[in-house]
Design a binder for this molecule. Structure first.
Ligand code: GLU
Length: 494
């Protein structure tokens, strides 16, 4: 059975780049009906925090990812928190010492740093010089009695480590360039290499799918698998995700953490779909798809070797598609808290005009990529509109005034408004003014909403209702009658 794992270190919020690694592991497990395992790599006590672990679990669940084994869920290969597996690493470290795979190193951090500095100055690789590997018995005794702290280093053999990566093909590493590496720190915690190789061995991981930044760690892990008498798993190193400037993706590229996207009201299925497009695309090149559409044909080997570029605009475009077809009740539930925070609707839900709110959401959803945008999009229905000076000028033109005045005359004949009635009114105004298209509806749109873009005009009019429409239009008719009052009127918007 295929077994893959996502092994995050809880040292910060889960970002697109790392979440994408989880997504492809999960997809691969689903594709091959295997197990997806969550393992928390929290041996770096100084940087790991429980709150980040809780958050990343919440984020993965929100994205719709489920795992068969992991913290809270359990499983026969647990515990799944590395901090709870220290005894395992310790036992194996003792075994490595006994079997002569490893040795104690008494070099202090200062000595190591000084040697690295000299290596850099003399143009040599800054690898550890293995000097504690061959200490004489007398030297060992002297160090032991001195009480100096020590690390445990793994003996790296000068060999060529060769493996086939499922995405990158043949990979080769000359280990003579790598010094003996630490497997156990002086504080008794395992190094990243040691814990990963042991856990992948004991958890029977068959495929290691992780970011390309780990590619150079893989030969060290392969040597450890060998010492653990374990056939190494297969490897697939995913190309990284970059910002538009080709540097590693970060917040300054506009990419947020998963929890921030969640707070902004993105739909998880849209974000998930977008992440699957980073370094991969389905055979039919369709950009919008459900996991069930692609699961039977997904091949990890078809993933791109080249870095993918994060594109917030594309994410917004795709998310917008999902918002457009989302269930209205769901959008309503998501939108209400943002509207309450903006003070647009009551904090008491029973006092909210739900049917009006649904009309509003339905009218504006086409312009949204996440539900927090409801505040900006629906402002025109809840607040007085503010008109810019350019628009004042535009509305004072002769054509605009003739349209607004004809429109206002028609409105005055009515007691009620519906999308159909509005369309009829518009036709009448068109016949009277002989203006059509954008020329016809722009003055009306600006007078009603203060904006050049927005939902369909008939929806706007229908939601505002006859009285608000009359008031908003009539105010702008004053432009012609009382030019000196212009400023006063428009800074006190209708
Ligand atoms: N803990 C590592 C990280 O967060 C992942 C290690 C691995 O996948 O092998 O980058």
């Amino acid at each position: 059975m295929i077994r893959v794992r996502f092994a995050p270190s809880p040292t910060g919020l889960l970002h697109i780049g790392n979440a994408r690694v989880a997504v492809f592991n999960w997809l691969f497990a689903k594709r091959h009906k295997g197990a997806f395992i969550l393992r928390i790599e929290d041996t770096d006590v100084a940087r790991s925090e429980k709150k980040y672990m809780t958050q990343l679990i919440e984020d993965l669940h929100w994205l719709g990812l489920t795992w068969q084994e992991g913290p809270a869920v359990g499983g026969q290969y647990g515990p799944y928190l590395q901090s709870e597996r220290l005894h395992i690493y310790n036992n194996l470290c003792q075994q490595f010492l006994k079997e002569d795979w490893a040795y104690r190193c008494y070099c202090t951090p200062e000595e190591l740093e000084e040697r690295r500095r000299i290596a850099r100055l003399t143009g040599k690789p800054p690898r550890y010089d293995n000097r504690c590997r061959n200490l004489s018995d007398t030297q060992k005794k002297a160090f032991e009695t001195s009480g100096l702290s020590f690390t445990i280093r793994f003996k790296v053999t000068d060999e060529l480590v060769v493996f086939e990566d499922l995405i990158r093909g043949d990979c080769q590493f000359d280990m003579s360039l790598t010094g003996d590496f630490v497997i156990m720190r002086s504080d008794g915690t395992p190094s990243f290499h040691f814990a990963v190789a042991i856990d992948d061995t004991l958890m029977n991981i068959t495929h290691v799918i992780r970011g390309e930044d780990h590619l150079s760690n893989t030969p060290c892990h392969i040597l450890l698998f060998h010492a653990l008498k374990q056939k190494p798993p297969q490897f697939a190193h995913l190309s990284l995700t970059m910002g538009a400037d080709r540097s590693l993706l970060s917040k300054r590229h506009g990419a947020f953490s998963i929890s921030e996207y969640r707070k902004l009201g993105y739909l998880p299925e849209g974000l998930l779909n977008y992440m699957m497009l980073l370094g991969w695309s389905p055979k039919d090149k369709k950009e919008k798809f459900k996991v069930s559409d692609i699961i039977d044909t997904f091949e990890i080997s078809s993933m791109s070797k080249a870095a993918s570029v994060f594109d917030q605009q594309k994410l917004d475009w795709l998310s917008g598609q999902y918002i457009r077809e989302a269930d209205l009740e769901r959008l309503l539930t998501m939108a209400i808290p943002y509207l309450q925070e903006a003070g647009f609707v009551s904090t008491e839900e029973s006092k909210i005009d739900i049917s009006k709110l649904k009309l509003i959401i339905d009218a504006v959803r086409g312009n949204m990529s996440c539900t927090s945008q409801i505040v900006h999009e629906s402002e025109i229905f809840f607040k007085d509109i503010v008109i810019s000076e350019n628009h004042v000028e535009f509305l004072s033109s002769e054509t605009s005034q003739s349209i607004l005045s004809a429109f206002s005359t028609e409105l005055r004949k009515l007691n009620t408004l519906s999308p159909e009635i509005f369309k009829d009114v518009l036709k009448t105004v068109q016949n009277e003014t002989k203006v059509n298209g954008k020329g016809l509806y722009m003055p009306i749109r600006i007078a009603l909403t203060g904006r050049e873009h927005g939902p369909e005009l008939y929806s706007v009019a229908n939601i505002l209702g006859i009285n608000a429409c009359k008031t908003r239009i009539e105010r702008f008719l004053l432009v012609k009658k009382q030019p000196p009052l212009l400023r006063g009127i428009f800074s006190r918007p209708p």
